[in-house]
Design a protein around this ligand. Structure first.
Ligand code: PLP
Length: 371
């Protein structure tokens, strides 16, 4: 099958990124978040590469994603981050997924399934140190902790929390979250603590924070995928981490338009002189956002050209000026070509969003090609 538009994922750079992170983590376990189709880069191939490269845990957001990974032969531990839904408990247990419990009520539901199945299972408890998303409040956390510790069907495997502002330097919010988490750790007797994996650090904590937040396991996702600004990384080794995605397409049509011609829906762009126009077959139906109309750019033959007119569902137009363009030639929409680069940060800035959202947004119509 021929695809005029595709996403190239560089698995060699990815494994280098993983190696760099592992070296930085030392004896801390590495949980790679692969939720949301591995941040848009392909759940199964990314997870297989991670397993091969010695990642210890995979993190997914839902039971559905975890089941898919098991059905594709992934054997390393999988932790489901999202809140537990009662109808999923049976599958969680059948597919050997680790999950997070955030209330005594949920613990009782799991327990009744375990009794029926004659099983025990690994569980993680989440404490909400300041994200206000899921997790027990620090004062009621102990009800859940004590409940799970006294029921033999539970193997208390981990205690986790999640940072709300780890990407900001010297965040007071983050310091408070660390303090609350440390206090929980401190109050657990050494004998019990020994077998528990504490984990709170995300990418921001690895880049900005101190290694004391790494605990027994860290969960950096965006960093592994090269979607963090590592120029500011405290650990210099992390600065070698690079993006792994290049979004490519091929020019599908070329023409010259006269001065005064309006381009695309609504004629939001009018040629101020005679110019050459190249049409590129990708649009918002592929996740190349309409908000980039008259703002985004593409790389052709290592040079940058502006997108003109409204981005359509399946294509958009590029102002080539006086330069030639040829049907079939490669256009890079995200990533490097020659010495030029369009980064996810650049697109995120243009759209007022975060780089993760840029990559996640590419739809299933864009094939992911692994190189
Ligand atoms: C998404 C997520 C992470 C990873 O965040 P990054 O910013 O990509 O490192 C870690 N932990 C949990 C619970 C998450 O939901």
């Amino acid at each position: 099958m021929y695809y005029p538009t595709w996403m190239e994922v560089d698995l060699r750079q990815f494994s280098e990124n993983l190696r760099t992170i592992k070296a930085c983590l030392g004896s801390t376990l590495f949980c790679l978040p692969v939720k949301a189709n591995a941040y848009g880069m392909g759940l199964v191939p990314i997870s297989q590469a991670a397993e091969k490269n010695g990642v210890d845990y995979l993190g997914v957001s839902s039971c559905q994603e975890g089941v898919l990974l098991r059905e594709h032969g992934i054997r390393i531990p999988i932790l489901v981050f999202g809140a537990l839904h009662e109808p999923e408990i049976e599958a969680m247990l059948a597919y050997n997924l680790e999950f997070t419990i955030s209330s005594v009520f949920k613990a009782k539901q799991v327990q009744s399934h375990l009794q029926q199945m004659g099983k025990s299972c690994a569980v993680h408890l989440e404490v909400d140190t300041g994200m206000q998303r899921t997790g027990m409040q620090p004062d009621t956390f102990w009800d859940l902790y004590n409940y799970v510790q006294k029921e033999p069907c539970f193997v208390l495997t981990g205690i986790s929390s999640h940072f709300a502002m780890s990407e900001e330097p010297d965040s007071v919010v983050m310091k408070n979250q660390v303090a609350i988490f440390d206090e929980i750790r401190r109050r657990i007797p050494d004998k019990e603590k020994k077998s528990i994996i504490f984990h709170i650090a995300n990418s921001g904590a690895l880049v900005r924070g101190s290694s004391s937040t790494f605990c027994q396991m860290a969960r950096p996702g965006g960093l592994a995928f090269g979607l963090m600004d590592t120029a500011v990384a405290v650990a210099k080794s992390l600065r070698t981490i690079r993006p792994i995605v290049t979004l490519k397409s091929r020019v599908s049509f070329v023409k010259t338009i006269p001065k005064g011609a309006g381009v695309s829906y609504g004629h939001t762009y009018t040629a101020s002189r005679e110019i050459r126009i190249a049409t590129v077959p990708i649009g918002y139906g592929d996740g190349y956002r309409r908000g980039l109309s008259n703002r985004g750019s593409v790389l052709i033959r290592g040079k940058r050209f502006p997108i003109v007119g409204t981005i359509c569902m399946d294509q958009f137009m590029v102002d080539m000026g006086d330069e030639p363009a040829y049907v079939g030639e490669e256009a890079v929409l995200l990533g490097r070509q020659g010495s030029e680069e369009i980064s996810a940060f650049e697109l995120a800035d243009l759209l007022g969003t975060h780089p993760y959202e840029i990559i996640c947004a590419f739809t299933a119509r864009v094939p992911r090609v692994y190189v």
